[in-house]
Ligand binder design. Sequence first.
Ligand code: ADP
Ligand code: ASP
Ligand code: MG
Length: 416
Amino acid sequence: MRVFKFGGASVKDAEGVKNVVRVLSETGHQNTVVVLSAMGKTTNALEEVVAAYFDSPETYRSLLHEVEVFHQNIINELFEGRNNPISKEVKNLFEQCDAFLVTNRSPHAAFVYDQVVSFGELVSTTIVCAYLNHAGIATEWIDARSCIKTDNFYRSAHLDWDQTQTAIQNQLRGTILKVTQGFIGSDENNFTTTLGREGSDYSAAILAYCLGATDVTIWKDVQGVLNADPRVFDDTQLLHHISYQEAIELAFYGASVIHPKTLQPLQRKEIPLFVKSFLDPKASGTQVGKGVRMHPQVPCYIVKRGLSLLRLSTRDFSFVVEDNISEIFRMLHDQKMSVDLIQNSAISFSVCVNDKYNNMEALLHSLRARFDVEHTSEVSLYTIRHFESDSANGLLKTHNLLLEQRTQTTLQMVMK
Ligand code: ADP
Ligand code: ASP
Ligand code: MG
C-alpha cells in the first residue's frame, strides 16, 4: 500500500481536483489510499462559522451558506450542469451540519468546533471521490471516523493506536483506490474529533504506519522541502534528501511544510516520506528517510510570527532558580501558552510564547503578582539550522534583535 496526501492547496478549486486525477493517472492508483484535506481555506471559513455560532448566532447561517456555495460552484464546474447527485449529497452534508448547530445544547466550544469543522473534509472527499469515479478511476470513500480512533480531547485529540490499527486493517482492504479524510477521527462515543490544525499529514502517517505502507507522498504546491519558506525568503533551495531526525527538527521549529507529528510513526517503521509537487509529479522532490542527514547541506531558515516575548525579573534581586522557574511554567501551562524559547540569567527569565488561545492578559495578571514583567507583542522567532557565520546578516539589517540563543547546530533569534 502507498499513502498519498493532498492538502487544501491542491484541491482549492475545480482545476485542482482535475489535477488530482492527472497525478493519479501518472503515478497509478492501485493499492493506494488518498488522504484529503478540506478544500482551500474551508477550515478557516468553518472556524468562523463556529465563532459566529457562539458570538453572534444570527450570522452563522449565512457564513455556512457561503461555504456551501463555494463547494457547489466547484461541483458545477467539475460535473458541468446542475442538479447532479453529488450536488444533493453535499447539500445534505451542509444540512446535517446546520441541524447539529440547531439542536446542539453543548456549551463546550472545542466539542462544537470538531463537529462542525470536520465537514470541510467530509465534503471535499465526497466531491473528489465522485469526480474520480466520474473520470473513470474506481474509488471507494472511507469514513476516517470509523478508522481513526481517539480520546475526546477535542481540537487536539490523541490517537488510540491499538483500536486504530485494528479498525484500519479491517476496513482498508482490497486494491481499489481509497479516498479518506485527513485531520478527523472519532472518540469512544463516536463523536467526531480533530487532530489539530494541519493534521492531515499526521493522518497520512497514521494510516501508513497501521497499513505497513511502502511509502507516503505529500503532494504540495512547492517542489518539495526547501531550505526556507518561499513565501518569506528569496533564493530557496530544494533539499533532495533529509533524515527523519532532520525533518523532525525542521517541523518542530515551525517549518510548516510538514506537520511535526507526522515523522515519528514513519520513522518507527522506516517508511520513506516523499514531498513532491502536484504540478510536476514526475520530479523527484524531497525524500525523507534513513541515512544521509541532509543533501545538499545548507542553512535552513524557519520563521514563526505573531509571538510574544516576556522578560521577567525578581523584585528583590533574588535568583530565578528552580522554585520560581517551576512556578512560571505552571502559570504558562495554566494559560495554555506554547513555549518556543527560554533563556535565564541570575535574576531574570525570558520566554518567547505563542498565545494560541488569547490568554495573555490572564497570564500577565498572574505573573505580575510575583515578578516585574516586560511584554513585547508581535515578535518573530527566526531559527537557522546549520547556520554559518554570515547566515543571519540579511535578517540583522532589516530587524531589531531582541534575544539570541545558539547551540552547535541551531541559531535562534527573537526579532521585531
Ligand atoms: P497543504 O495544502 O498541504 O496544507 P500548506 O499550504 O500547508 O499545504 O503548505 C505548503 C506551503 O508551505 C508552501 O506553499 C510553502 O509556502 C510553505 N512552506 C513553509 N516552509 C517551507 C519549506 N521549508 N519548504 C517548502 N515549503 C514551505
Ligand atoms: N483542513 C485542516 C486544516 O486546514 C487539516 C489539514 O489541512 O491538514 O488545518
Ligand atoms: Mg496546510
